[in-house]
Structures are given as structure tokens and as C-alpha cells.
Design a protein around this ligand. Structure first.
Ligand SMILES: C[S@@+](CC[C@H](N)C(=O)[O-])C[C@H]1O[C@@H](n2cnc3c(N)ncnc32)[C@H](O)[C@@H]1O
Length: 405
């Protein structure tokens, strides 16, 4: 089997055939101690073998370049939005123009994203699986009770003097060792009240693209997107969506969304589409409004670097979400992703949508600090390393260690 780095070095068709037949030969002779160089007759493929290898070669080359094209289409939209923002410094103007005038570009993006997610990443949906397993554990396997008990203990410890705190920590450790710590009464009570038996979880997928959560029977999904890629996704600009106070409110918008009506809100690979951090804050704030108390907000963001590299950014996002009224339940760094789950703990937020500048500043991404105006490289002028980094951000590989709280 050839590795991606080998594929990168294939070059011409002839060198590919030579490499393939050479490696095939040395594989067959592994450990035999026989001659290292294949005899001439083995290096020259028969007509049928050659035809087969030519097909494989073009399949690999086309697949590789198609993957690159799909990633480029996505990256170009993100870059364009960020560049426009740096020129005008007006997030509303940039967004309005994007919504009004760039439908063609958005449709191209939607098609590319759909293809990337369902054909290229097919079967390797780490982010979808992570979100699903997190919800199942939290709502059906004691995750919510565990989280609430932990929060209660933290509050109790924070209220104690340093010496009493030390004593209490020791007591708790002994109880833990003896395995006689269960969920707190409050946690059990909250959970009992929360879910009616056999009820499906109401899940809102913001920036859904193709409704990937609809395949799970535990969810009743509402999928929305500015530019839906499939028919089961509702067209909706979440930035301008009005969250209704109560079910009785007169609705102006075609789609009605009410405060505290969802168990799960998912924002997967969507916050980085928004060029301004203020817009990311609006997304997080509205997600909080729409969630029931103790409901779960799942945030997935691409990150191919090591876990420490973007740790300050992740810490900053955590702080932002806590300011809004969330507490983090779970965090995992996968190979190409940062995965976070937050529970809505407070029903009244410290901030509101009009004054969330302090939250916005915390919801930065690395690209906010890159100049897209001066020395802005066109796609064709990007170095191989830059292209590889971009590709990595959109690559998903399966990861074994998915689930530990
Ligand atoms: C990279 S795709 C992510 C798709 C999907 N969530 C996934 O994980 O595969 C980002 C999506 O967010 C959508 N989006 C961006 N801004 C939006 C907005 N204001 N309202 C609704 N959807 C938005 C885009 O149209 C795009 O389909």
C-alpha cells in the first residue's frame, strides 16, 4: 500500500509504474534475502498490468487535484470575506454584500463542502461521531449528572476557607477511593425533570450544509444554513435570525425559533466562516438563548496543530462562553479538530447581544491577525507548504481516542 507522501512523489506516469512494480516486487521478496533489484522482466508490465496501472495513476492524480480544488473553493470564500473586512472594517457591510451579491460563490462553496464531507471524508466523520457520542453520554449515560455533581463540588470548595478546603478535598478523595461517591441529589433531580422518557433530543445544526445529524434516531433535527447544500436544510441567515421570546409572539420571519427550545445546538466548522469576532459572539449568544437550561452547545473548529499550539485561543473561547452563561462539559483535541461541548448553566446572561464586545474580543481565530490586504497571495501563488496547511485544516482522519470525560 502506498502512503500519501509516496503519492506526492509519483511525478510522471512512467515513474509511478516503476515505483509501483518495484515496491510490489520488494514486498513479495521481503525477508527472503534475495536480490534487491527486480530483474528486467518483472519491471516491464504486461499490457493488461499497464492498463490497470494507468487507470490507478489517473484516479490518484485526479482525486488529489479534485480534493485540492474543493479545499481551495472553501478557502477562497473565507479569504475573500476576511480581506473585505480588512479593507472596509465594517462587518455588517461585508456580510450584507456576501449575502446579497455572492450567491454564485456561496452555492459553489456549498457544493464543494457537500462533496468534501460526503465523498472525500466519507466514513471518517470524526466531528459528527464525536458530537453524537458526546450527546448520548451526556443525556443518556450519566454525563449530565456527572457534570452537575462536579460543578456542585467546585462551588462548595470555592466557598470554603483555604484550610477547610484542603480538609474537604481529602474527604472527597477518600470517598472517591472507596467508590462511594454517587451523583448529588440535585443532579439526579435536575436530570429527572429534564428529559421525558423516550423523547428525542431537539437538535439545531447551525451552518449544517447537508444535515449530517439526521441519520441518528435519537435526534429530532432542525438543520439551517445560509446556503443549504441539500433540500432538508432550511435556508436561514443565523446572524439575522430573531430569537422569539415565547411561542405566542407574533412572528415576522418565515422560520420561528424560540428561547430555550433546543436540547442541543451544534456549530461545526462554522464560526471560522464568519470574518468578524463580533459575529462569532452573536452566534454563541443566540445558541445560548435557544438552548434549554442544561442543554448542550457543541463547537467544532479545525486545527491541525498540536494541542498546545492553539491552547491560548481555546482557553479564550472557554472564557467567552462562560461569560455568556455556559460551562464546559467536555473537550478533545483530535488530529485535525478542536471539539468542545458546553452546557447552558445560567438562564440569565452577564452579557447581551448589543454589548458583547468583551465576549467578541475573546472569540478570536488565528486568521484575524493575518494581513489579507498587503501581500495577499493569490491561490496560484501560494507555496506548497501553505497549500498543505490549508489542506490539513480540512482533512479529517479517523481517531481512535474519541471518548473520555
Ligand atoms: C465549513 S461549512 C460546515 C458544514 C457542516 N457544519 C460540517 O461540519 O460539515 C460552514 C457552513 O456554515 C454556513 N454558514 C456560514 N454563515 C452562516 C450564517 N450566518 N447562517 C447560517 N449558516 C451559515 C455556510 O453556508 C456553510 O455551509
Amino acid at each position: 500500500m502506498m502512503t500519501p507522501s509516496q503519492i506526492r512523489f509519483f511525478g510522471t506516469l512512467e515513474s509511478f509504474i516503476e515505483l509501483f512494480r518495484g515496491s510490489e516486487y520488494s514486498c513479495h521478496n521481503e525477508g527472503s534475502g534475495e536480490c534487491e533489484k527486480p530483474p528486467r522482466s518483472l519491471k516491464d508490465p504486461s499490457k493488461r498490468e499497464r492498463e490497470f496501472l494507468v487507470t490507478v495513476y489517473f484516479f490518484i492524480i485526479m482525486d488529489k487535484s479534485e480534493h485540492g480544488n474543493l479545499v481551495n473553493t472553501i478557502q477562497e470564500v473565507h479569504d475573500k470575506l476576511r480581506k473585505s473586512l480588512q479593507i472596509s472594517n465594517d462587518p455588517n457591510k461585508v456580510w450584507d454584500e456576501h449575502v446579497r451579491e455572492e450567491e454564485g460563490l456561496r452555492n459553489k462553496y456549498a457544493k464543494a463542502m457537500l462533496k468534501l464531507a460526503t465523498k472525500v471524508w466519507d466514513g471518517k466523520e470524526c466531528r459528527i461521531d464525536w458530537s453524537y457520542k458526546t450527546c448520548i453520554d451526556y443525556f443518556f449515560c450519566g454525563g449530565m449528572e456527572r457534570f452537575l455533581t462536579r460543578e456542585e463540588k467546585i462551588r462548595e470548595l470555592e466557598s470554603l476557607s483555604p484550610s477547610s478546603r484542603k480538609k474537604r478535598i481529602r474527604e472527597l478523595e477518600v470517598l472517591k477511593e472507596k467508590k462511594i461517591i454517587g451523583f448529588s441529589n440535585t443532579a439526579n433531580h435536575i436530570k429527572k425533570q429534564y428529559l421525558i422518557k423516550n423523547e428525542k433530543l431537539k437538535l439545531l445544526d447551525i451552518g449544517s450544509c447537508f444535515n449530517p445529524f439526521s441519520k441518528f434516531p435519537e435526534f429530532s433535527c432542525t438543520a439551517i444554513d445560509l446556503t443549504p447544500a441539500t433540500e432538508d436544510v432550511l435556508q436561514c441567515d443565523f446572524l439575522h435570525l430573531k430569537v422569539q421570546k415565547t411561542i405566542d409572539d407574533e412572528s415576522i420571519s418565515k422560520i420561528n425559533f424560540y428561547e430555550e427550545s433546543f436540547d442541543v445546538v451544534v456549530m461545526s466548522l462554522v464560526l471560522e466562516y464568519l470574518p468578524a469576532s463580533e459575529q462569532r459572539a452573536v452566534f454563541c449568544f443566540k445558541a445560548w438563548q435557544l438552548l434549554k437550561q442544561y442543554g448542550l452547545c457543541i463547537i467544532i473548529t479545525p486545527d491541525s496543530k498540536s494541542v498546545h499550539c492553539n491552547a491560548p485561543m481555546i482557553k479564550s473561547w472557554k472564557l467567552a462562553l462562560e461569560k455568556i452563561g455556559f460551562k464546559r462539559v467536555k473537550y478533545d483535541k483530535l488530529t485535525h479538530l478542536q471539539c468542545m461541548a458546553f452546557a447552558k448553566v445560567c438562564r440569565f446572561s452577564e452579557v447581551d447581544i448589543t454589548t458583547c464586545k468583551s465576549v467578541a474580543d475573546l472569540l478570536y481565530i488565528r486568521q484575524d491577525f493575518k494581513s489579507y490586504v498587503e501581500d495577499f497571495p493569490l491561490t496560484d501563488d501560494r507555496s506548497e507548504e501553505e497549500n498543505q496547511n490549508i489542506c490539513n485544516q480540512f482533512l479529517e482522519l479517523p481517531s481512535g481516542a474519541l471518548f473520555q470525560i
